[in-house]
Design a protein around this ligand. Sequence first.
Ligand SMILES: [Zn+2]
Length: 168
Amino acid sequence: MLHATGARAGVGAGVGTVPRVPDDDARGVSGRDGHAGTDVAVHDGLFVLGDEPVLIGGRCRECGRVCFPRHEICPYCSLGPVDEIELSRRGTLWAWTAVTAAPPGYEGPVPYGFGVVDLEEGLRVITRITESDPSNLEKGQQMELVLDMLTEHDGHRVLTYAFAPSAR
Ligand SMILES: [Zn+2]
């Protein structure tokens, strides 16, 4: 399911979509005034910027299941409205690979790490991984949410979420 070259994993599920730069400077500025030099999220509604970033997920009021990204309607039971929640910043590594060819529209560096992290909420997040050499990673190791710069766009640092091996 994860391919080593030019992966576009996760698009079908609407989860962990391939990073892209905003096509409109007004979006993703995260409430700041947007002048040159500010940090910009690659997409609104995925995570909260900051020194201790958090992913924004959702919890269904009917079935209680947790999703990421947050959907308006529960993707599991289709019944409940979905409340916005902050997901845990730590998890364990479940699967990983390296993407060696840039996917269409991607402007960041290659190779980059890509994989799946299990969160405490019982959710698997498809995510960028800061370690791009697969041999340096182990299944089950502790991972921590960080922000990773994809590219610069009109003087803004365009940030996306990623998981990094936790300091031990
Ligand atoms: Zn539900």
